[in-house]
Every structure is written in C-alpha cells, then in structure tokens.
Design a protein around this ligand. Structure first.
Ligand code: MF3
Ligand code: CO
Length: 251
C-alpha cells in the first residue's frame, strides 16, 4: 500500500481523534509526580480514552500489553507499565499514547520531568521537543519527506545528542502505522513529495549519549545502549498547502 491522502471527511475524523488524544496527554501530564506507578498512568490513560468512547490503539498491538507506553530515564520507548515501577523525583518519563476515534488513529508522545530534574535532563527534553518543530517547518505540500528528517538531524546533532535510528515515525490513518516511514536522521535522498491530505506521526527519539539502543528481555522496552537518558516527542500532523496542522495539540 502507498501513502494515503485523506478526504475532507477523513480529515475531520483525524482532527477529532487528535483533539481527544491531546486532552489525554494534558491530563496525564498533570498527574505526573513522584510516588505514582507507571501502571497508574496506564490505567488513568485507558480510562480517559474509553470515557471518550474511543479505543486505545496500542493495547494488544502486536501483543503490547497496555494502553500507554511509559518509558523512564534510559528507556527510549515501549516501556511496559508496572505496579512496582514508582516514579521518583529527578526521573524523566516518556508517555506515548494513541487512540482510535470512529476508525481513525492518532498517536502522540511527550517526555515529562518528575519533580525537580537536572539541567541536563531539562535540556534534553527541550531540544527533543524543539527538534519536532524544526522538522515540521519543512512539512508542507511540495516539499519532500526527508527534508523533515534532515532538519531534525541537523538540529539535534548540533547539541551532540544521539538520534535513535532503529525506530522511525510513520504515516497514520485507518491504521496506526501506514506508509511512509519517517526517519529522524539524515537521508541522502529527498524522498517522496509531500501532498496535502497526508497525515503523519513525526516522532524524534533523542538520547543524551549514543543513539544506539537495545531491547530488554520483555521484548518491548527499548533502552539506550549506554544507559544515558532518552526523550521522545511526537504529534500527528496534517500536511496542507501551507503550514502543517498539528492535530494532537489543543489549540
Ligand atoms: N507511538 C509508537 C509508534 O508509533 C507506539 C506504538 S507501539 C505499541 O510506534 F506497540 F506500543 F503500541
Ligand atoms: Co508513533
């Protein structure tokens, strides 16, 4: 299958899917504090998603056993929520969440500070978020997909951080993962041309040290190879003829 172009009706559904997910992230963000477990976050998120009449799209996805991916410190993505994993002051925690509204998927991630964190960790979170915004400056009809990748790479590399290469962003719509794949690192081609009506999940995963990652024995949790902290920032966006529309942020 190739990259899908959403109709006006589909775009409306993607907008509502994204708007609801933005609310989920805002609520989860407010709940982050020392003493809560990663399972508490998952339960809160799942409840909220279902309260909107939506379905958590990560739950049971290729066997993933929860609704919200909760990844702490050196964990990059796909951390599995646990009752005995308690957040501590100084931790950073990445929440990746998604939902299905009337058949349409949204997907977004944020990294939060738990209480007071080090200036180094603050900076990693800030640069990771900004790398998304640097990337999507290139995201408009007529530009090319890998212009986004190259912009993210140039920005992140200037801080000396490592970019995760084993995982990438993706198209999104009636499926969580659609074409195309969206690398967060430099490509030698410009890639496919962007067209209005494409919906994309752009998601830089940035490490304080090396970009190399490993998988834990649970076969899900991705961790940094050197044990350094990692941050994640993702939104579902809509390509238009002018500025991209960020669907998973409350306007
Ligand atoms: N945002 C992630 C992604 O785009 C999360 C989905 S993986 C899951 O791939 F298995 F945990 F659902
Ligand atoms: Co994603």
């Amino acid at each position: 299958m190739s990259v899908t172009i959403k109709s006006a009706r589909e775009i409306e559904l993607m907008r509502e899917s994204g708007r609801l997910l933005a609310i989920v992230h805002d609520e989860l963000g407010k709940a982050i504090r020392p003493g809560i477990s990663t399972k508490d976050i998952d339960e809160m998120g799942e409840k909220l998603i279902r309260s909107f009449g939506c379905v958590p799209n990560f739950l049971n996805y290729q066997g993933y056993p929860a609704s919200i991916c909760v990844s702490v410190n050196n964990e990059v993505v796909h951390g599995i929520p646990r009752r005995d994993r308690i957040l501590q002051e100084g931790d950073i925690v990445s929440l990746d969440a998604g939902l299905i509204y009337k058949g349409y998927h949204s997907d977004a991630a944020r990294t939060h500070a738990v209480g007071k964190i080090s200036p180094e960790a603050e900076k990693l979170i800030k640069v990771t978020k900004q790398s998304f915004f640097e990337g999507i400056k290139m995201a408009k009809a007529g530009q090319h997909l890998f212009d986004i990748s190259n912009a993210i790479d140039a920005y992140v590399t200037s801080f000396g951080y490592g970019i995760v290469r084993d995982l990438v962003g993706h198209g999104i719509g009636t499926k969580l993962h659609e074409e195309p794949q969206i690398p967060n690192f430099r490509q030698r081609r410009r890639g496919p041309r962007l067209q209005a009506g494409m919906t994309l999940a752009v998601e830089p995963m940035i490490n304080m040290g090396t970009g190399d990652v490993e998988w834990l024995d649970d076969d899900w949790t991705v961790v940094t190879a050197d044990g350094a902290y990692s941050a994640h920032y993702e939104n579902t966006i809509l390509i238009t003829d002018s500025e991209p529309e960020i669907l998973t942020i409350i306007k």
